[in-house]
Write a protein that binds this ligand. Structure first.
Ligand SMILES: [Zn+2]
Length: 231
């Protein structure tokens, strides 16, 4: 990631009423804090101090506040009255069970619909994405697998052609909670094989088999995870 840059005082004076920093600046701060939350460098349910970030990153409060608002919208942080921004709390066992109950309802159906409705082009993209998740396929960042798994499931939910399904799944923030609880290395090989089976069914346009393959993937994911969930 590029280090954040600050406009020189000259530029600032000149551009006072115009764009004062490169577009995407808050996005860089967003990526940085998001990575810290995923890697547990910022533990769950912990206050995120804007002043500390100002000092650490050598930038003003504005892009940090913007980034934190974006993180709030994506479920990574919550804003508490009198406290400020905090990293999302860890789910307990019961909450993980609920999360998987809902995934088990939504995602197999989404896969069934995607088998019928996804374009050949999107399916080809999905296959390529799944291949990049092959264990040892590339030097992946710590949260690379989580991001790609999130994208893969989102593509299938989108491929269902039902916006409410896609939005409902996105709102669960499943990948934040799952991959923060358990490190990636242990799950990648199994998940890769399950994704491959699922994508084969989608490519064959076999809707019932795609539904069953997704159900199987979610059930196995649940069983891999639940022993690690805190009471
Ligand atoms: Zn998956």
């Amino acid at each position: 990631m590029r280090p954040p840059t600050r406009p020189s005082p000259d530029e600032t004076a000149h551009e006072q009423r115009r764009l004062q920093r490169a577009p995407g600046f808050a996005e860089e701060v967003f990526d940085l804090i998001r990575a810290d939350i995923m890697s547990l460098r910022i533990p769950p349910d912990t206050r995120i101090s804007i002043d500390s970030l100002v000092r650490e990153l050598g930038i003003s409060q504005t892009p940090i506040r913007e980034a934190l608002s974006m993180l709030e919208a994506t479920g990574f942080v919550t804003k508490r009255r009198y406290v400020g921004f905090c990293s999302a709390p860890q789910l307990n066992r019961r909450q993980f069970e609920e999360l998987y109950e809902v995934r088990g309802l939504i995602e197999p159906y989404a896969a069934r619909m995607a088998a019928q409705r996804m374009s050949a082009e999107r399916l080809a993209q999905l296959s390529r994405l799944a291949e990049t998740m092959k264990p040892g396929a590339s030097a992946m960042a710590d949260d690379g697998f989580a991001d790609q798994d999130s994208e893969l499931h989102d593509m299938i939910a989108t491929g269902s052609g039902n916006t409410i399904i896609q939005e409902s799944l996105a709102r669960l923030h499943a990948h934040l909670h799952i991959f923060r609880l358990r490190s990636n290395n242990e799950v990648t090989a199994e998940a890769y094989a399950e994704h491959s089976r699922l994508i084969e069914c989608l490519l064959r346009r076999d809707a019932p088999a795609a539904e069953a393959a997704m159900r199987d993937h979610i059930e196995k994911s649940y069983r891999r995870l639940i022993p690690f969930a805190p009471d």
